[in-house]
Ligand binder design. Structure first.
Ligand SMILES: Cc1cc2nc3c(=O)[nH]c(=O)nc-3n(C[C@H](O)[C@H](O)[C@H](O)COP(=O)(O)O)c2cc1C
Length: 190
């Protein structure tokens, strides 16, 4: 499915975070088009404070090798079977993107930039969903490790804020209960 078909409302309401991918690769061209549309996310001062490191194909295999060091530090000591089980959540996606936010020294700008990159990420997830590609925003602890940033060539003044997994899936997860709108909206003046 390459042409946009869902309404904004349907995409927002029916998107689910996909955590079980079926291993089918995602065409990098699809993701480039998704990011090219996602860049229309709101961002203060048009700073466009995002940067993406995209891994597909052989790059994806190399990224999993980097992740292996952090996610399974004792990987050399365990069986191949055990290792592949522990790494399954990183090997099953058909592509992964490290989404990086500019880290402004000024607090207001830093928060604005984090918010803008979050909007970019949600745009990407919705655009992927529209193409039948599942996504999940993940924040594994190693995103915070300086050694991980070094391995990914992430510079000072940048912060990785998401491991964004993409891929095809066989099962759509059930919706989770949400609060009624009246529970979180207060009508001012009443
Ligand atoms: C900032 C952020 C961090 C998240 N980190 C993780 C994560 O580390 N692992 C994970 O399985 N899901 C993660 N998620 C996805 C949430 O689990 C998911 O959005 C939530 O369960 C609601 O499900 P839905 O997206 O299908 O509506 C994260 C989502 C956000 C916005």
């Amino acid at each position: 499915m390459n042409s946009q078909s869902l309404t904004v409302k349907t995409a927002i309401r029916e998107r689910r975070s996909i955590k079980l991918f079926n291993g089918q690769p995602v065409d990098p061209q699809d993701l480039m088009e998704i990011f090219d549309d996602a860049k229309w996310a709101p961002n203060h001062g048009n700073r466009q404070p995002w940067r993406i490191v995209l891994a597909t194909g052989e790059g994806l295999t190399k990224l999993v090798e980097v992740i292996r060091e952090f996610a399974v530090p004792n990987w050399k000591e365990i069986s191949e079977d055990e290792l592949s089980k522990k790494l399954a959540k990183f090997t099953a996606p058909g592509a992964m993107a490290i989404v990086i936010a500019a880290e402004d020294l000024r607090q207001k700008e830093r928060l604005e930039d984090y918010a803008a990159v979050s909007s970019f990420i949600q745009n990407s997830q919705l655009l992927a969903w529209d193409r039948g590609i599942g996504a999940c925003w993940k924040t594994p602890g190693f995103l915070e490790k300086p050694e991980f940033s070094t391995a990914l060539n992430i510079q000072a003044g940048e912060r990785p804020i998401a491991l964004l997994q993409f891929g095809y899936f066989d099962v759509i997860p059930k919706e989770k209960a949400k609060k009624a709108v009246e529970e979180f909206v207060t009508i001012f003046g009443e």
